[in-house]
Structures are given as structure tokens and as C-alpha cells.
Design a protein around this ligand. Structure first.
Ligand code: PGA
Ligand code: ZN
Length: 442
């Protein structure tokens, strides 16, 4: 049996220059695997707890030395000697050791770092790529007859950034494109970079180009309205000789929790003057957008605890638009189960650090799939060179992936990893394509 020999945690920096946890796990045959934990900016209330050191002035209180000390101390002691390939057992031991419902004692960042690094080490120890190892783990969770093969995901790519990710005035967080007409992942990526460059050209032409891009690499211009961001992307799509709706579809991440006020149950939009909407008003606005534009996917269109609003929105748009719960579900099966019962949303964003272990991430993916919810594996706004989520998306046939824009190396590392996986799969590589959205497209 291959066992966990040694753990080493350390503090490294993410794409915003903030500390995060890196873990190395050495297996009994000498192989070492490594993972680095991502970090969000628009974090939801229901996410697992990221442990930082606010009492310590280093890095403005954002240090993760306590989490690292937990990795090197009691967590290492607890899992040393365990079966390296028993991912479920190791994850369960970590969850039990933490002992809180949200991983707040040891830190979800400490837990996730170990959980992911263990998978990397097990893959290395068996001499297989990570996606192959993850696919083995995934298959072992499936019932006979359930689809089990690896599938290249359809990317959903950030073009223009607003909200908490960019400095300008837009209320909505991401304005994205989905290259629905592409026949393979590699061609999807090529089409995407063409549109990204064209968006830059359109902004330059209109003297709107912000000098900077947002945290996820999208352009961060100051615009007159939120809708103008969609108009600009559509203009760029046309400039590339592509057809909106047929070749390229539009997606938005509203990240509505961040302009929602629970005291008054109202949504406060400020991009084009002050606009205060109740849940029905916000839903009507989204329905209007979905009619006006080739929008096939809306993420966090309403706030994370506006369950009734979500049910209404889903009743109204759920047959024609992918409605993704990010802050709403926080990759937690308990929240997704509520969503299924209330018919809230029809898709779930999967972020490994919202839940904190690989096994619980599989739980969420599996529950979603079995209830017909689409799944989108997602990066965070704070990322690193770690590419685990690329392998995860392929291994679990999640169908879609959201990494940010095609700029900034912490994003490209994952897009490039997917190119390598596609090559490794060879001519038999299946691409999720537009069916991943299972929505009627023009
Ligand atoms: P976050 O943003 O990582 O800052 O939460 C990503 C998203 O909202 O999808
Ligand atoms: Zn989101």
C-alpha cells in the first residue's frame, strides 16, 4: 500500500499578491505532489472558512501562518501513514479533525491544500496524469450505467470585469462569452482569444480602454451602463466575423449578493444612477436582458439567501437560460438539496475552496448531475499557477469551466493545462460543446 509519508505546508502568494497555503505531500515511494489553494474576493456567506492571521500585522493581517502551522502540526500527525489512494478516508479524517461545520478551526485553506496535494501525490505515485487519477476516484463514486468518461469542458470566459473585481463602476461582476460554435476545446480557446482582442480594439476605438484589467484578466472600463458591456462584446464578436448566438453566446455573473441589502430586501444598482429594485424588479430586469441579448447563462442573478426570488426567477427563465448558483449553493450539498426542493437555479458553480475537500466537491458534482443541474468548475479571483481544476473538470465530465479571461498567467496556466490534456486524450477526446448548456441555441 502507498502511504502518506510527510506533509509540508508553506505560505506562498496568489495572483493578488496575498498569502495563501501551499501543501506538499510526500508518498511512501518518494513521489511528491503539490497544490496551492485559491481565494475569492466576492466570497459568499455560506463558504467554508479561510483561516487568516488578522491579529498579526504581516501582510496587513492576511497571512496564513496559523493555517500552515496546522498543516505541519496536528494535521500532518493525523494523516501520516494513511493510504495515499484513500482520498475519501483522508478527507473524512481531515473534516473530523477540524470538527466544525465550516472548517473554521483548522481553516478550509489548510484542509483543501492537503486534500488536493494528496491527489497529486497519488497520481504521481501511480505514474498517471492527475485527470486520470481523479477520473478513477470519480468512477468509483458512480452507479453502473452512469456516464464515466473524461470530457473536455466548454469554457465560459470573462471579457469585461466589474463588481468587486475591477476598479470601475459596473455593478455586475463578469460579462463573459461562451464559444458555443467551437467543435473542440482548442478551437474554443482560439475563438475566445480573437474576441478578447477584438473587445480591446473596440474599447480603444471608443477611447474607453482602461489601462488595467481586472483580477480575472477581463477589461475594466468605466461605462455608462451595465448593458453597454454586453453591447461592446457583441460588437467585438461581429468584428471577428462571428455570429452572436450561433458561434458565441453571452453569459453574465451578476454576483447580486454584493449589491443586495437584506434589511430592506432590495438590490442597489449604481452604474447608471441609483436604481433600487426589489426581487421581482431584479428578476424582470434579468428577463429583459435575456430577451434583448443572446444570453444563455446568468450566475448569481439574485442574492445568496433570496430563495423565493430564485424560485421565481427559475420558473420564469429556467427553461431557456442556465441559472447558476455560486454564492447561493457555495458548492455545498445541503444548499444544493434546498435548491432542488425549491426549484431554485438549474446549474451550480463548483469551487473547491468553497467546500474545502476534493471528496465533498465530488459530492456536490454528483448530486447536481443526478438532479439535472449543469455543473461549471470554477477558479477564484485570487489564483495561482496551480492547475488542479482543469483536471477536475475533465475527470468529472463537468461540462463547463470558468477560469477568468485569456490574460494573466494564473488563468493561462489552466487553459494551457487543458490543451495538454486534450492532446493527451488524443483523437478520442470528447468535447462537451454547446450541449454542455443543454439549452436550445439559435
Ligand atoms: P470570487 O469571484 O472568486 O471573487 O468569488 C468568482 C465568482 O464570483 O465567480
Ligand atoms: Zn460568481
Amino acid at each position: 500500500m502507498l502511504t502518506v509519508m510527510k506533509l509540508r505546508g508553506r505560505e506562498v502568494l496568489d495572483s493578488r499578491g496575498r498569502p495563501t497555503v501551499e501543501v506538499e505531500v510526500a508518498g511512501s515511494n518518494g513521489e511528491v505532489g503539490r497544490a496551492i489553494v485559491p481565494s475569492g474576493a466576492s466570497t459568499g456567506r455560506h463558504e467554508a472558512i479561510e483561516l487568516r492571521d488578522p491579529e498579526n500585522r504581516r501582510y496587513g493581517g492576511m497571512g496564513v501562518l496559523r493555517a500552515v502551522a496546522h498543516v505541519n502540526g496536528e494535521m500532518a500527525a493525523a494523516i501520516q501513514g494513511m493510504d495515499l489512494e484513500d482520498q475519501a478516508g483522508i478527507d473524512a479524517a481531515l473534516v473530523a479533525l477540524d470538527g466544525t461545520p465550516n472548517k473554521g478551526r483548522l481553516g478550509a485553506n489548510a484542509v483543501l491544500g492537503i486534500s488536493l496535494a494528496v491527489a497529486h501525490t497519488a497520481a504521481a505515485a501511480r505514474g498517471v496524469p492527475l485527470y486520470v487519477h481523479l477520473n478513477r476516484l470519480w468512477r468509483s463514486r458512480l452507479e453502473p450505467g452512469e456516464f464515466a468518461d473524461p470530457v473536455m469542458p466548454m469554457p465560459m470566459v470573462n471579457m469585461i470585469s466589474g463588481g468587486l473585481h475591477a476598479g470601475a463602476n459596473l455593478d455586475f461582476q463578469d460579462f463573459l462569452m461562451i464559444p458555443v460554435g467551437a467543435p473542440s476545446y482548442a478551437e474554443a480557446l482560439e475563438m475566445t482569444t480573437a474576441v478578447y482582442r477584438a473587445v480591446g480594439a473596440v474599447l480603444r476605438e471608443k477611447d474607453m480602454e482602461g489601462a488595467l484589467v481586472g483580477d480575472e484578466g477581463g477589461y475594466g472600463p468605466k461605462l455608462a451602463t451595465n448593458a453597454q458591456a454586453v453591447d461592446l462584446i457583441l460588437e467585438a464578436v461581429l468584428a471577428c466575423g462571428l455570429e452572436p448566438g450561433r458561434d458565441v453566446a453571452i453569459a453574465i455573473d451578476v454576483a447580486a449578493s454584493h449589491f443586495y441589502r437584506p434589511e430592506t430586501a432590495t438590490y442597489h444598482l449604481t452604474a447608471a444612477g441609483d436604481d433600487v429594485l426589489d426581487s421581482a424588479g431584479m428578476t424582470a430586469l434579468l428577463a429583459h436582458w435575456a430577451k434583448l441579448y443572446p444570453i444563455v447563462s446568468i450566475e448569481d442573478g439574485l442574492a445568496e439567501d433570496d430563495w423565493n426570488g430564485w424560485s421565481n426567477l427559475t420558473g420564469m427563465l429556467g427553461d431557456s437560460v442556465q441559472l447558476i448558483g455560486d454564492d447561493l449553493f457555495a458548492t455545498q450539498t445541503a444548499r444544493l438539496r434546498q435548491g432542488v426542493e425549491r426549484r431554485a437555479g438549474n446549474a451550480i458553480l463548483i469551487k473547491v475552496n468553497q467546500v474545502g475537500t476534493l471528496s465533498e466537491t465530488f459530492d456536490a458534482l454528483l448530486l447536481a448531475r443526478r438532479h439535472g443541474y449543469r455543473t461549471i468548475v470554477s477558479a477564484r479571483s485570487g489564483e495561482t499557477e496551480d492547475t488542479t481544476i482543469a483536471d477536475l473538470a475533465v475527470a468529472t465530465a463537468a461540462g463547463q469551466i470558468k477560469i477568468g479571461s485569456v490574460a494573466r498567467s494564473e488563468r493561462l496556466a489552466k487553459y494551457n493545462r487543458l490543451l495538454r490534456i486534450e492532446e493527451d486524450l488524443g483523437p478520442s477526446a470528447k468535447f462537451a460543446g454547446r450541449e454542455a448548456l443543454s439549452i436550445k441555441l439559435i
